[in-house]
Design a protein. Structure first.
Length: 231
């Protein structure tokens, strides 16, 4: 399958994520994914070839990490059958459906390096409200984030879905909890020579953290607006 087809299917996945967050109008979806015009989004949905610049823009807007649009995500998608981009592609791709589940809000994290984890101390599987989100991680949880270092990818006051059982890949967002209690959400650049290198999107500041100072580093599986919080 060529990269244009992969990007087309992944775009439909992103649209389904927006719908799950209550963002259903074409104009609002276009703003969330770029921003871009609704007419341009309609062209992409219809099969218009997606260039590298647009793919990277979509990844930045949704926090998927560099290169996410170029890789098949079939094992995680919930979008159902997607129609072919062209008549020459005669067989629709059927993507397995996985149920949305309630993911509890359990605390807060800083978007800077000066914040401290606030654990709400709820029993496993419970929290201060929840989000409906498609995840295969049974231990997934949600944190509210504060600060501007990850803007515009993650806004202060929004929420992130943390998937502790998934291995973060370079270019993706991660939640890092340090041994001294501080926690932060950053872009994961690389890990080598006993050090993690993280990136703050807003000012492109790189942070080098010794692995001995890290308590946990967990994958960020989604970015959610406050309006989607329930309970």
């Amino acid at each position: 399958m060529d990269i244009s087809r992969i990007r087309h299917i992944n775009l439909h996945w992103l649209l389904k994520e927006l719908e799950a967050r209550g963002i259903t109008r074409a104009k609002d979806q276009a703003l969330a994914l770029g921003p871009m015009s609704a007419s341009f989004l309609s062209q992409l949905k219809g099969g218009k070839k997606m260039g590298d610049d647009v793919a990277r823009k979509l990844e930045a807007a949704t926090g998927k990490g560099h290169g996410w649009m170029d890789r098949p995500q079939w094992d995680e998608l919930t979008v159902g059958p997607i129609q072919p981009v062209s008549q020459s592609d005669a067989t629709p791709v059927h993507i397995p459906r996985s149920a949305f589940r309630r993911v509890p809000v359990v605390g807060t994290a800083s978007l800077g390096m000066d914040g401290y984890w606030t654990d709400l101390e709820y029993p496993v599987g419970h929290g201060d409200g929840y989000f409906e989100f498609p995840t295969t991680d049974k231990d997934a949880y949600v944190l509210q984030v504060r600060g501007g270092s990850m803007h515009p990818a993650i806004r202060s006051g929004w929420y992130v879905v943390i998937e502790p059982n998934k291995t973060p890949q370079m270019g993706e967002f991660v939640m890092v909890k340090l041994a001294d209690g501080r926690s932060t959400v950053k872009e994961f650049l690389w890990h080598r020579d006993g050090e993690y290198v993280l990136n703050a999107i807003a000012n492109n500041e790189r942070l080098v953290v010794d692995e001995a100072d890290i308590d946990v580093i967990h994958h960020v599986g989604g970015i959610l607006p406050p309006s989607g919080r329930q309970g």
